[in-house]
Structures are given as structure tokens and as C-alpha cells.
Design a protein around this ligand. Structure first.
Ligand SMILES: Nc1ncnc2c1ncn2[C@@H]1O[C@H](COP(=O)(O)OP(=O)(O)OP(=O)(O)O)[C@@H](O)[C@H]1O
Ligand SMILES: [Mg+2]
Length: 409
């Protein structure tokens, strides 16, 4: 988080690489020459910076506004840090949008670009171009921006539950593991966000679908953020957009990595990766695991369609919360999204339908399990302890215990 502490670190702070990007700089894309002027895609991509800023309908903040709103970008208001820069919590008046006293008015998240140069500016502008014109319950709301001298900032609605990445992978007393019910809810919300982007009216490829870009509001409704890499979908009869390869290791589709040919099905692959991370509670690439388990997809694939083995993939922290058939259905969606052949992957509307069905059947199963449990409780004085995140006393399907059944058999 060092680079968030003051602007002087700008020059010292390399891109936040982590598991991130091969190359965040994109130079000259050749979008098959035509997608920028597409008349079919909404938003119609404007050509100039001035047009983008004007069309966006966003509030233009001064740097001073945001400095005051974040209490001078105080280190203790840092919400997180990514490749673009640091994100700070701040407060503004709901009516006037001027800085407000901490704890009053509207809570905002202010993302401050900390890299010099064209690429950062380009991503900043892409965010305004897309999020400034797209509205959907599963996309984070961009409130405004600051464009003053060398300063480039973005102002979003504050998402009180932070990112899905935090909930899945940060082990802390602050974050309880997400329950199975919430995992389905988040997976469904994120799928709806992508389905909206891919729909005929919008036709946008998101290109950076990963757990840190899925933010959660107070009700655990998922919202996609970060459109810096988004692209208009192919037009003029083309089946793909040709781009420089960008994205995040582990999440980018193999055919896109090999050819640079980008389609909506590249997002579907990334969705499959995230779904598998949600089922397993494991990162797609994790160098801290034993060698055969470092690549989640390779490790998990043989277990995903097996009634006897699926439990080995499922996150132990949600044991007892899901039905066997529910786990298999969710795993089946992930398998299909992860097909090596893009045409075999479902589209996001199909994913949404599958997850809606899963949500219904799991809720029924949970209700029935709860009714059985309360009947049993009435019949005798047995008590079971429930954890904070239990969504019921649903008994786990009867699986062999992990200790009896080693992962590598
Ligand atoms: N609107 C918001 N409300 C609350 N927290 C936010 C908001 N936007 C971002 N954050 C927090 O800031 C962190 C950094 O976000 P950012 O999008 O800059 O980087 P990232 O997604 O983690 O990484 P990358 O640069 O690789 O996309 C997020 O993981 C999240 O925890
Ligand atoms: Mg992000």
C-alpha cells in the first residue's frame, strides 16, 4: 500500500503487477478497423476526449474537491490499490457534490491514477466512456471524474462490502467466509452484469473479469467495476476484435492469449474461472500450493463432474451448506464456461438462467432441510451449533471424508 501514501511515490511505484497483466499498455489496437465507429453498438463510442467527457453526464470535480472529500488522501482512508492507483474513501454532499464532513452525506470511492503516461490516461478515459453511459444494477455507478493538470481521478459510489476477492481469499476475522447462498447470489449478479454488456444493445467485451473487479454493496449485490480494458464488440460481420493481449494471468481465455482475437466468449471463460474460484475458495493461480494444485483449473477439472469427488473441490468453509446436486450443477456451468473451444461455451444469458434455476432449487433444498431439522429438534433435545454464516441446518450430502480420500488418487 506504500504507493498510496503520497503522490511523490508515483515515480517509484511500478504497475501493481501481482497476478496482473502481461502488459497494461495497449498502444495501437486494430479493432478490425471499424468497431470505434460502430453505429450498432451502444454506447456509440465517441471519437474525441472532449466528446467522451461531455457525453458522459458525469460530475466534473476539481482536484481540491476530492482532496478535501478524502481528507487529503489520508492513508487511513485507503480502500485498496490496483494497477491504476489507490482508491480512497471520501464523503460529498448529495445535493451539491461538494466535500462533506466524514460520516455525513454520500460516501464515495475515489480512484487516483498514480502512473504517468498515455496508458493510464487511456484507461481513465475508457472508464468514463463506458461507465459514464452504461447503467445497470450490476455495474458500479460512476459519479464523476477529475481532469485537472496532471491529475486523473474517478469518483464512484462506495461499495461497503468491498471486492469479492477480499471475501474469498483474505483470511481475517473481519471477513467471514461467504456462505453458499451468498456465493450463488454474487455469481448470479455478476453474470447478469456481463449478460447486459454482451447484449445486442450494448455489445461490449469487458476483458477484465476477475474477483477484484466484482464489488459488493451492503446487500451483497454484485457490481462490475473497472472498464479500463473494455472494448466494443466486433462489428461489420466480423466475429472477433483483434487487440493486443491484455488482461490478467489465469483469467484470460486461452485462444485470446494465443491469437489476440477477442470475443464475448473470452469473458465467458473468465467467468468460468471466477465461478470455480467461488466454488473452491482457491485462487486460479496459487504458487503457495503443492505443485499439482497450483493451477486451479487443471487441478479441479477431473473432480468437477464426479458425484464422489466434487466435494474435494468445494470450499471446506461452506461444507454442509450445499446439496450434492447443487454443487454439481454449479460445477457444470463452470466446466462449460471453461471449454477450450469458445463455441462450446454458453452465452451469459444461458449462464444467468442456469444460476437462477440453481438458486431456486438450492433454496427449496435448504427450506426442506430446515423443516426436517426443526421436526427432528421437536422430536428430541439434540442441539447443533451453527456458525454465523450457516444458512440452515442442511445436512451435507454423505461424502467420504477428505482424509479418507486423498486428492491425488
Ligand atoms: N467503489 C468502490 N467501493 C469500495 N471499494 C472499492 C471501490 N472501488 C475499488 N475499491 C477497492 O479498491 C481495490 C482496488 O481497486 P482497483 O480496481 O484499483 O484495483 P484491482 O481491481 O484490485 O486491481 P487491478 O488494477 O488489477 O484491476 C478493490 O479491490 C476494492 O477493494
Ligand atoms: Mg479493479
Amino acid at each position: 500500500m506504500g504507493s498510496c501514501l503520497s503522490s511523490q511515490i508515483k515515480a517509484e511505484s511500478p504497475l501493481h503487477i501481482g497476478a496482473n497483466l502481461f502488459n497494461r499498455g495497449e498502444g495501437n489496437d486494430s479493432s478490425d478497423g471499424s468497431s470505434r465507429a460502430s453505429s450498432l453498438s451502444i454506447p456509440q463510442t465517441p471519437r474525441t476526449e472532449g466528446e467522451i467527457l461531455q457525453l458522459s453526464n458525469l460530475k466534473s470535480f476539481t482536484f481540491n474537491d476530492l482532496k478535501t472529500a478524502t481528507r487529503n488522501f489520508r492513508p487511513d482512508s485507503v480502500l485498496g490499490e490496483g494497477g491504476f492507483g489507490c482508491v480512497f474513501k471520501g464523503w460529498i454532499d448529495e445535493q451539491t457534490f461538494t466535500a462533506a464532513r466524514p460520516g455525513t452525506g454520500l460516501v464515495i470511492a475515489v480512484k487516483r491514477l498514480n502512473q504517468e503516461g498515455f496508458q493510464g490516461h487511456k484507461e481513465w478515459l475508457a472508464e468514463i466512456n463506458y461507465l459514464g453511459q452504461l447503467y445497470h444494477p450490476n455495474l458500479v455507478k460512476l459519479i464523476g471524474f477529475c481532469f485537472e493538470d496532471e491529475h486523473r481521478l474517478l469518483v464512484y459510489e462506495f461499495m461497503p462490502r468491498g471486492s469479492l476477492e477480499h471475501h474469498l481469499f483474505r483470511r481475517s476475522s473481519y471477513h467471514h467466509p461467504l456462505s453458499w447462498k451468498l456465493r450463488i447470489k454474487v455469481a448470479l449478479g455478476a453474470a447478469k452484469g456481463l449478460a447486459f454488456l454482451h447484449g445486442d444493445k450494448v455489445k461490449v467485451i469487458y476483458r477484465d473479469f476477475k474477483t477484484s473487479n466484482i464489488l459488493l454493496d451492503a446487500n451483497f449485490d454484485a457490481k462490475l467495476s473497472d472498464f479500463g480494458l473494455a472494448k466494443d464488440g466486433p462489428t461489420g460481420g466480423k466475429s472477433y476484435v483483434s487487440t493486443r493481449i491484455m488482461g490478467t494471468y489465469g483469467y484470460a481465455a486461452p485462444e485470446y492469449m494465443a491469437t489476440g482475437h477477442l470475443t464475448a466468449k473470452s469473458d465467458v471463460y473468465s467467468y468460468g474461472v471466477v465461478l470455480l474460484e467461488m466454488l473452491s475458495g482457491r485462487r486460479v493461480v496459487d504458487k503457495n500450493r503443492p505443485s499439482g494444485e497450483q493451477n486451479l483449473i487443471e487441478w479441479a477439472k477431473p473432480y468437477l463432474s464426479s458425484k464422489r469427488k466434487i466435494f474435494q473441490v468445494m470450499d471446506a468453509r461452506i461444507q454442509g451448506q450445499y446439496s450434492l446436486s447443487g454443487a454439481l450443477k454449479a460445477a457444470n456451468v463452470a466446466i462449460k464456461c471453461l471449454s477450450l473451444e469458445p463455441k462450446s461455451r454458453p452465452n451469459m444469458n444461458e449462464v444467468v438462467r442456469a444460476l437462477e434455476q440453481l438458486q431456486d432449487t438450492e433454496e427449496t433444498a435448504i427450506r426442506e432441510a430446515q423443516q426436517n431439522a426443526s421436526r427432528n429438534a421437536n422430536a428430541g433435545p439434540k442441539h447443533r451449533r451453527r456458525s454465523a454464516n450457516d444458512i440452515g441446518d442442511m445436512k451435507p450430502a454423505v461424502y467420504p471424508r477428505p482424509s479418507l480420500s486423498p486428492v491425488h488418487t
